[in-house]
Design a protein around this ligand. Structure first.
Ligand SMILES: [Zn+2]
Length: 229
């Protein structure tokens, strides 16, 4: 059992069969309106600059001292970059598919990502493992990494990020099964609050046979957790 650093809710170990069900139910009931639903407005740099200047004043700094003069503009450019996924539809990367008879698991492990926790606007970073069981359609492996990257570049919570990636792949490829597991460390847990360096947070989302069939689920979890076996 792992405690989520942001919401303090308890996240079951990915091996626990109830995990993905619990997450799916909670996301249904909260009805979060999120960038995942699509926001194509552009970034207002000047507005961020004004806000950052205000924050500097509010914390007791002098935004006009030399070292801070360029900071509001830098932060605006940084936010435009780390939130660039707000203005993209990651599913476009899954549109170009190839027809193949291959019907075994496709797994891409260790996709590095960097995201921003939406509760504190602090980074969380880690690795995503993405697997699917094709149903006649396969996609370029790098496209899966692109989807992870763009979904990560939004104000996020790790649980929703995991679900969003799984849903997108299931929908675009009509896959017989999809498994997404994300392992990360959250700055909001290591540099503030309870300050537990090294604590990691694992989430998983299972679809299709990986959700319904216990042996398929065990097989994919084994491949993700012990790749050399
Ligand atoms: Zn947080």
């Amino acid at each position: 059992m792992i405690t989520d650093p942001c919401s303090h809710s308890v996240i079951d170990h990915p091996g626990d069969t109830d995990h993905s069900v619990a997450i799916a139910q909670s996301s249904r009931t909260t009805k979060t309106v999120h960038p995942e639903s699509g926001n194509r407005k552009t970034v207002d740099h000047q507005r961020i600059e004004r806000a950052v200047r205000d924050i500097l004043i509010a914390v007791g700094e002098d935004p006009d001292r030399e070292g801070l003069l360029e900071t509001p503009a830098r932060v605006a450019r940084m936010y435009a970059e780390v939130f660039s996924g707000l203005h993209k539809d990651p599913s476009v990367h899954l549109k170009r598919v190839f027809t193949e008879n291959y019907d075994e698991i496709v797994l891409v492990r260790d996709i590095e990502f960097h995201s921003m926790c939406e509760h504190h606007l602090l980074p969380f970073s880690g690795r995503a493992h993405v697997a699917y069981l094709p149903n006649g359609k396969v996609v370029g492996l790098s496209k899966l990494a692109r989807v992870v990257d763009e979904v990560a570049r939004r104000p996020q919570v790790q649980e929703r990020m995991t679900e969003t990636i799984a849903n997108m792949i299931e929908e675009a490829l009509g896959a017989r099964g999809v498994a997404v597991m994300i392992e990360s460390t959250h700055s909001c847990m290591t540099m503030r609050g309870i300050r537990k360096a090294g604590a990691s947070c694992t989430t998983s989302a299972m679809r299709g046979v990986f959700r319904e069939n216990l042996s398929s689920r065990a097989e994919i979890l084994g491949l993700i957790m012990n790749p050399s076996r």
